[in-house]
Design a binder for this molecule. Sequence first.
Ligand code: 3AM
Length: 180
Amino acid sequence: MRVFLAIDLPEQVVDTLSTIQSFLPVGRPVDALNFHLTLAFLGEQHDELVEEIHHSLQLLSARPFELELAGLDIFGSNEPKILYAGVTKNEALASLHKKIRGALHASGLQLSRERFHPHVTLARFKRGISHKELERLRSYVFEHLNFKLDAFTVSHFSLYRSTLHRDGAIHEKLSRYPLI
Ligand code: 3AM
């Protein structure tokens, strides 16, 4: 199964992001029910390894922490791929990510060495958007550069199974890991 780990967002945060997203001039918006902050994409894995990872994550120890979402940005500036809400620099989040990497490694799964760039994806773009669309997208992002949401407490993270469909992925929560 195709799995990933993510932080769920409180309803109020989802509602605000959804309002911001509703003004998006171009692109394919992510369904608000699917908003999340990815901690690690594990990819396609055998059930046995997922079970092993699950046990390893149950043993992970980390404290709850505050998280603040702020600003919009784009991955892929000339050829935009993803519109996302950013995260204010957060040592506790970086530390949780590191512990998760460790737990996955202990289970025999080595994540890619890509830098962790925490974000909440709000929309995706097909290749070859027009110059005009790009201009509209850039001014929309510019208008939302400085938004900031109230911080919220992260008190768990979740394991999701992602199933790819023609209209996008369906995410199904398999397990929750409390931070205490
Ligand atoms: O929604 P975000 O951006 O947090 O982009 C995918 C999504 O991230 C990412 O995993 C999350 C859950 O699907 N993802 C999908 N394929 C990926 C890959 N091959 C990937 N991340 C890294 N490598």
